[in-house]
Design a protein around this ligand. Structure first.
Ligand SMILES: Nc1ncnc2c1ncn2[C@@H]1O[C@H](COP(=O)(O)OP(=O)(O)OP(=O)(O)O)[C@@H](O)[C@H]1O
Ligand SMILES: [Mg+2]
Length: 393
């Protein structure tokens, strides 16, 4: 798939923009702070319905305006028009965000998922190794939701019920049978949605491990990248002894139903048997909100013991794995957004990345055209970005 047209209105530092990228490599270059990343952000926004930076929707509205609109044409087997409109709230009215696909209003934003597949690579990806568990859960959730939109809806439902349950736990009154019964109902709902969430995350992490380990081995000449899934409510299976290969990676999800019902049952059992502990602590203790993916290199925790270079290699391998899995699962090639990544890479990693993106539509931002290999520049559409304007050169 590829984005054949981008239209922005009042998005970040763009008043109005219409560009037609090519189906291969598109390079956006210009000085710092001119609006290069903003373009990638607008494309990714149409894939997942929010910013990949930690920005609030309101911050994306151009200063002095009260709404923005992003519209993309996405060429696949057929062309789909995706548009998102955001209108700031006032003192009386809440903010409004709405999405349309081919003109049809989406009742829920989650229905956007899967219309445009995209992966973003950025220097901040090092957070995947260095930061807390929520970054890794987010990585898994974004890619899984693009493949299985029901994951997105499960997360929404889970988080809503979890918030309600936490409210009950906060002011729990032991003499109130109604609250106790309500907790039981919430626990059943949480076990169902939460079991599905963790089953998908766990199975996907195993697929990711196979691909990422292979890439990592290639770049590092032999270092072993592995993942250890962490959960505080289900028994994570022992890694299999037989070596997994890319050939059998797609079989992993065939076990989804089996894992999902096993994890749901285990979760419900824990929530019921530890109900009193959660009441004592006045908050939820168990569940996928605590899941983590521990990244290991040669059997040691990469976050604690890895060098900068080893971490960069692992992160690049994980992102490449993410992109291949999106493709393998859906049969559609995701659009790749490479935000300022070439300056961070040495020659070996650079050439691996270039080999890997062949055949995928790619958007590259850079402040320095000369850091991109000549082979890429020759075949690209090149845009010059200057304070919210874009010129094809
Ligand atoms: N809501 C907004 N309204 C107007 N301008 C904005 C808004 N949000 C960000 N900007 C402007 O957008 C610019 C940053 O855009 P962007 O992050 O795309 O830069 P960049 O070209 O990628 O720069 P760098 O090379 O430093 O990464 C800044 O000048 C910032 O002031
Ligand atoms: Mg930038």
């Amino acid at each position: 798939m590829f984005v054949s047209k981008i239209e922005l209105q009042n998005f970040r530092n763009y008043g109005s923009l219409i560009e037609e990228p090519c189906s291969g490599v598109n390079i956006f270059y210009g000085n710092n702070g001119q609006g290069k990343t903003n373009i990638l952000e607008s494309v990714f926004f149409c894939a997942i319905g929010r910013s990949f930076r930690y920005s609030k929707d309101a911050d994306l509205v151009k200063n002095g305006e009260d709404n923005f609109r992003i519209a993309l044409s996405v060429a696949d087997d057929i062309t789909n028009d995706i548009s998102i409109t955001y209108k700031s709230g006032g003192s009386q009215s809440p903010a409004e965000k709405s999405a349309r696909v081919n003109g049809l209003y989406l009742r829920r934003l989650g229905h956007l998922m899967g219309n445009l597949l995209s992966v973003i690579f950025s220097p901040e990806d090092l957070e995947i190794v260095n930061d807390g568990p929520s970054v890794r859960r987010k990585l898994l959730d974004i890619v899984i939701s693009q493949i299985y939109p029901s994951h997105y809806f499960d997360l929404q439902q889970y988080n809503k019920i979890l918030a309600q349950k936490n409210m009950i736990l906060r002011d729990f009154n032991v003499n109130d049978q109604g609250s106790s019964d309500l907790l039981d109902v919430y626990n059943e709902q949480l076990a169902a949605a939460g079991g599905r969430i963790s089953a998908r995350r766990y199975l996907f992490s195993r697929e990711l491990e196979i691909y990422a380990a292979e890439k990592n081995k290639e770049i590092s000449s032999g270092e072993l990248l592995t993942f250890q899934y962490y959960s505080n409510f289900f028994t994570v299976p022992e890694p299999e002894k037989t070596e997994s290969t890319q050939a059998n990676v797609m079989k992993i999800f065939e076990n989804y139903e089996e894992y999902s019902s096993k994890i749901q049952a285990e979760f419900l059992e824990i929530l019921q048997s530890r109900k009193n502990r959660e009441i004592e602590r006045a908050r939820s203790v168990y569940g996928p909100q605590n899941d983590d993916l521990i990244i290991m290199l040669n059997g040691m925790d990469l976050r604690r013991f890895g060098s900068q270079g080893q971490k960069r290699t692992a992160v690049l391998s994980i992102k490449l794995a993410e992109m291949f899995l999106l493709y393998r699962h859906t049969g559609r090639k995701p659009v790749l957004l490479l935000d300022d990544v070439f300056s961070e890479l040495d020659e070996l990693r650079c050439s691996l990345l270039i080999r890997s993106i062949a055949g995928f539509q790619t958007f590259i931002t850079t402040a320095n055209l000369s850091e991109l290999p000549e082979s890429i520049r020759r075949e690209s559409k090149i845009f010059f970005v200057k304070s919210g304007t874009v010129k094809l050169i």
